[in-house]
Design a protein around this ligand. Structure first.
Ligand code: NAD
Ligand code: ZN
Length: 362
């Protein structure tokens, strides 16, 4: 058993509390990882708000981490102590019908099918003050050590800087992949991205890499525009500067609407605005933001009848165990610069300050 620090969410609506926790050794098929760095994603904040009824408290959140294998359980062959790894919040079991389908990226072992609050044997490896603490998406990267099934661990290049490539655990592949894999943005096309957090800015990078000629960045916080431009946005629009709905503004700017629109906020109204912003025939709208569970989106069927395509993505459509190591290699080859997404670096003791910065749009 390892004793270390972890940021524990004891109940919804409360700040995280940095505690000493016990992390049990990995059982068969599991890997214990020393987490070196983690990003903060809005999805972690949704957990703290109690957005997801199928996430059990107390829980150690965090799902965008990178670390080093500390020990492995019986039968683990793909990693060994000392290997650098990224834990995967979307596993790839390699055996379910979706994993066997080359077109699919969703694994049936993921949280949406079967909650990942406990490890596959239905027990937790975390305790604190005598209480069992739940895992989050099996990753729980807000702990200094965590235990994860082997099929949710991706071994990466030993040269990778873990304090940078942790972003390749969620935010960057989600946004970049939404443009490249889910929308399949074509060269010369027009794109609109609603929401310029870590994920939305990664969509901007994906659209640019795919050769889009016009990339319109939309946010109610104009402080986000400088970074969006640096990453490839050609136009920046703040809906607060207009009286009319933002979809009308975008249609006027582009003639008939953009070729590809992306919602990266997680609000029902902006999902509809993004859908209406892409052109009525060949337009493709991708939903990435996670609206509160139980929310319902009602749309005018005419929006779809004329031919628009409405899609969504989890983690950007990558087969995670196969693709994340390749993305890390592309990062090392400088094919993209996800370091530009990093705004602040804090020690674990300041994790709540990290969330304050996220909520303040900084
Ligand atoms: P973030 O909070 O950093 O960014 C959201 C941005 O949206 C902010 O810049 C904010 O100013 C802007 N915004 C808020 N309301 C707006 C409005 N009405 N119009 C325009 N802009 C508005 O969040 P993030 O970490 O980038 O995550 C974005 C969303 O993506 C979240 O809902 C998160 O849960 C979700 N997410 C989904 C996946 C997935 O696999 N689908 C993965 C990661 C994150
Ligand atoms: Zn995330």
């Amino acid at each position: 058993v390892i004793r270390c620090r972890a940021a524990v969410a004891w109940a919804a609506g409360k700040p995280l509390s940095v505690e000493e926790v016990e992390v049990a050794p990995p059982k068969a098929g599991e890997v214990r990882i020393k987490i070196v760095a983690t990003g903060i994603c809005r999805t972690d904040d949704h957990v703290l708000e109690g957005y997801f009824p199928n996430v059990d408290f107390p829980v150690i959140p965090g799902h965008e981490g990178a670390g080093i294998v500390e020990s492995v359980g019986e039968g683990v062959t793909s990693v060994k102590p000392g290997d650098k790894v990224i834990p995967l919040c979307l596993p790839q079991c390699g055996e379910c019908s979706f994993c066997l389908n080359p077109e699919s990226s969703y694994c049936m072992k993921s949280h949406v099918s079967e909650p990942q609050n406990l490890l596959p044997d239905k027990t937790s490896r975390f305790t604190c003050k005598g209480k069992q603490i739940h895992h989050f998406l099996w990753v729980s990267s807000f702990a200094e050590y965590t235990v994860i099934p082997e099929y949710a661990v991706a071994k990466i290049d030993s040269a990778a800087p873990l304090d940078k490539v942790c972003l390749l655990g969620c935010g960057f592949p989600t946004g970049y992949g939404a443009a490249i894999n889910t929308a399949k943005v074509k060269p010369g096309s027009t794109c609109a991205i609603f929401g310029l957090g870590g994920v939305g800015l990664s969509v901007v990078m994906g659209c640019k890499a795919a050769g889009a000629s016009r990339i319109i960045a939309v946010d109610i916080n104009s402080n986000k525009f400088a970074k969006a431009k640096e990453l490839g946005a050609t136009d920046c629009v703040n809906p607060k500067d207009f009286k009319k709905p933002i979809q009308e503004v975008l249609i006027e700017m582009t003639g008939h609407g953009v070729d590809y629109s992306f919602e990266v906020i997680g609000h029902v109204d902006t999902v509809i605005a993004a859908l209406a912003s892409c052109n009525m025939n060949t337009g493709v709208c991708v939903m990435i933001g996670v609206p509160a569970s139980g929310s319902v989106i009602s749309v005018d069927p005419m929006l779809l009848l004329t031919g628009r395509t409405w899609k969504a993505t989890l983690l950007g459509g990558w087969k995670m165990r196969d693709c994340i190591p390749k993305l890390v290699s592309s990062y090392l080859e400088k094919k993209f610069n996800s370091d530009l997404l990093i705004t602040h670096t804090l020690p674990i003791t300041k994790v709540n300050e990290g969330f304050e910065l996220l909520r303040a749009g900084k």
